[in-house]
Design a protein around this ligand. Structure first.
Ligand SMILES: *Cc1c(COP(=O)(O)O)cnc(C)c1O
Length: 383
């Protein structure tokens, strides 16, 4: 058997789940075994245990697990009563699921631009977006913000916009569970928050998984019903049109183990990001991400000359350094989404970012040696 330790000396990983498993020893296997022994694969005791731990961790009153981050968003839109034709404001520079759930329900994503330094929805664009859409006769139901790459959105401004306009704010925290800003943890902002436990997210399970967070009792009860086919008193009492969106007990058992090292992993991600910023900000022609100390650093993303990005990526790849482009095409330019409206006729920052971003490995198990290799290679390329 090749252990991940041996493998790592040969190959630098973009996300190193094998190193994490080594650190956890046999605890994950034991947790899975326990579920196989008690046989409660659906809504077993680990599911409610995890929900208690997640609520405690985030400070949200309710944490409700579900089948994926996408389904967490969908459950919330259903729970918020989104109707066909409703307009929902969201950023264009994000993973498609943010807008996909809106379109599923026959509602209309209204794409707005993001801020170049934070990668997140630019609150300055939202008031005009609401006013113009409503002047044109649309009903704006709410706003979905995204904490891209783990950095919390500008929640102070977003919550104010949400209150002033009477629109709900739903937080897509698929990349930012564990992050905090202004002394509050992600999961406690807006009307509700959705997160993902996809394996490559900062806190990931061994398959698909997600969760919903809210302080609203009514919404929490509705989401609990909706994730089990809109059940009422019992499973065969159907009071809503719902979904099959539960989290498997095995995934919950895995997440309980991983949650115990998650705070330390976030700390490591933060210090790796800080180190990158210190080293890379010295280079000409590279824009390093604005350092936000509450970010989970799901990604560490630099901006480079669009004409040189492919060359840079190839050079790094030749040196054994994996990189990724999140995201090469903004949603308003995607085939499936380009017929939806955008605010202001163009989204230049989203376009610019899509052509210039490059994400470097930032997982908690990168060694100092590996990080030095990455920084030295970048230095060679840029000097
Ligand atoms: C990953 C992600 C999702 C979807 O999560 P899944 O668990 O893969 O369904 C939604 N929004 C954003 C911003 C994401 O990064």
């Amino acid at each position: 058997m090749i252990t991940s330790q041996e493998k790592k000396t040969h190959l630098m990983q973009f996300v190193d789940l094998a190193a994490q498993r080594d650190r956890l020893g046999g605890t994950i296997e034991a947790a899975i075994s326990k579920v196989i022994s008690h046989q409660q694969f659906i809504m077993g005791p680990e599911v409610s245990q995890l929900e208690r731990l997640l609520a405690e961790f985030s400070g949200a009153k309710h944490a409700i697990t579900c089948s994926s981050g996408t389904d967490a968003l969908a459950l919330l839109l259903l729970g918020l009563g989104v109707k066909p034709g409703d307009m929902i404001i969201c950023p264009s520079f994000t993973f498609c699921a943010t807008a996909e759930v809106i379109a599923w329900l026959g509602a209309i994503p209204l794409f707005v631009d993001v801020d170049r330094n934070t990668f997140n929805i630019d609150p300055d664009n939202i008031q005009n977006a609401i006013d113009n859409a409503e002047n044109d006769g649309f009903k704006v139901a709410g706003i979905i913000s995204v904490d891209l790459f783990g950095r919390p959105a500008d929640y102070a401004s977003l919550e104010k916009l949400s209150e002033d306009n009477g629109k709900w704010l739903l937080c897509d925290a698929a990349q930012s569970f564990g992050a905090s800003t202004n002394g509050r943890k992600v999961g406690t902002f807006g009307k509700a928050t959705a997160t993902s436990f996809f394996p490559a997210k900062p806190l990931g399970c061994y398959g698909d998984g997600g969760a919903v967070f809210t302080n609203d009792d009514k919404l929490a009860n509705l989401v609990k019903s909706l994730r089990v086919h809109g059940k009422g008193e019992h499973k065969y009492d159907n009071i809503h049109i719902g979904m099959a969106a539960r989290m498997d007990t095995i995934q919950a058992a895995i997440l309980i183990e991983k949650l115990s090292i998650f705070p330390d992993e976030i700390k490591k991600r933060r210090s790796i990001a800080k180190r990158y910023n210190e080293n890379i900000s010295k280079l000409r022609d590279v824009i390093t991400p604005d350092y936000h100390e509450g970010s989970t650093w799901a990604q560490y993303t630099i901006q480079v000359d669009p004409n040189k990005r492919q060359y840079i990526q190839e050079k790094l790849s030749q040196a054994g350094i994996p990189t990724q482009i999140y995201y090469p095409i903004p949603l308003h330019k995607q085939k499936a989404y380009k017929t939806y409206p955008i605010v202001g006729g163009a989204l230049p920052v989203s376009d610019q970012l899509a052509s210039s971003v490059l994400s470097l490995p930032v997982h908690p198990y990168i060694t100092v040696t590996e990080q030095n290799i990455i920084c030295e290679n970048l230095e060679n390329i840029f000097n």
